[in-house]
Design a protein around this ligand. Sequence first.
Ligand SMILES: CC(C)(COP(=O)(O)OP(=O)(O)OC[C@H]1O[C@@H](n2cnc3c(N)ncnc32)[C@H](O)[C@@H]1OP(=O)(O)O)[C@@H](O)C(=O)NCCC(=O)NCCS
Length: 215
Amino acid sequence: MSNAHTLIIVGASGHALNVHFLAERLDVPIKGFLDDNPETWGNEILGSVVLGSIDSWIEHSECQFIVAVGSPRVRRRIVEQMERLGSPNYATLIDPAAVASGRKVTIGAGSVICAGAMLTTQISLGKHGVINRNATVGHDAQMGDYVTIAPLAAVSGHVTLADLVEVGTGACIRQGVTMAPGSMLGMGGVLTQNTDDNAVMVGNPARLLRHLPSI
Ligand SMILES: CC(C)(COP(=O)(O)OP(=O)(O)OC[C@H]1O[C@@H](n2cnc3c(N)ncnc32)[C@H](O)[C@@H]1OP(=O)(O)O)[C@@H](O)C(=O)NCCC(=O)NCCS
């Protein structure tokens, strides 16, 4: 049997389970998971096996891959690790119960759009993005690479989310606001102003909690 469109999920916890759920909903054949924790190797998760280390992707290079880790920074590290060995073919998964195919919506390779997500129009999402369940993204929003938007977040029109931005569960972003590279909005936060690079913002209105390490 050809493995041409068989999926391998990189990561074996948390978000990887969501991606497994989504792949099953799309009837995408799943070959298994890859994870760097040797204790997981050979384990069966949701009926799929942890095949081995992340670097072993090269033995399955005919497959497609999703790097299924919620943290933008960890996701980028894993992508860079994989690409030191070659050029993986990344899948892009859009749940059938998401609306993400409007006019001028572009979604980068390796991205995942979960059930109930709604992206309206003139929106771009870079590579390896995650728009989680029931999140909404308004018109003219521009999102870079490795962006994660958690469930129920509301990203208004003309918002810009730079590379490696994370938006927590149920957070809201005022129209036109820019989140700088590596910045984060905590769960439930209400962001009314632009952020600094790597800033962690929390509360309503969101205020600076601390800075993450520079990206
Ligand atoms: C913002 C966040 C990253 C902070 O984590 P942290 O750096 O470990 O911070 P702590 O938990 O040590 O909390 C530090 C302080 O910030 C407060 N705080 C933490 N998260 C907060 C939030 N989302 N909103 C308001 N205040 C928050 C804490 O109450 C604490 O206040 P105190 O010092 O007065 O006691 C984290 O709480 C968060 O919201 N993560 C996003 C979770 C999420 O959406 N996951 C998606 C899963 S799909």
